[in-house]
Design a protein around this ligand. Sequence first.
Ligand code: INI
Length: 158
Amino acid sequence: MTTSREIVGDLMTPKGNIAIVASRFNDFMVDKLIDGAKDALLRHGVKEENIDLIKVPGGYEIPLAAQAAAKTGRYSGIITLGVVIRGDTAHFDYVAGGCAQGVMQAQLKTDIPMTLGVLTTENMEQAIARSGSTAGNKGFEAATALIEMMNLLRKIHD
Ligand code: INI
């Protein structure tokens, strides 16, 4: 009797280099996301020398830098990190939406897995809570999701 196969990504040390693309806007919170992402990678056995940090001005600039990094062929996975806080104008929608959609397009175009650790919050309190205090660290989560996706893609291709 044949049984169905379940293909799931594990959290073993992934092969290859990883880029973290992070914005400088709201950097005191983004720095906490970077710390969380690195902590997750190192705890899962990724070596410091296999992690590159690429900085961009704001969330709007993340997708192009992530795509450019992916196209070099040097990275097997990319974590994107930023903090976009709603203001009084429509700027938030363009930056937050453009960033999320751009990262999605970039990973589909390059076949390099990318995860979204870009906070999009109503206010500063929500952003602080999600960058290493009461609501966890979304950088850590984005790094863990990336490891799972890198290993899943390897299994799908094998
Ligand atoms: N960029 C962010 O990453 N977060 C924000 O909250 C933000 N706000 O509020 O304006 C922001 N704006 C800058 C934007 O990402 C670009 O850097 C800028 O528009 C130049 O292209």
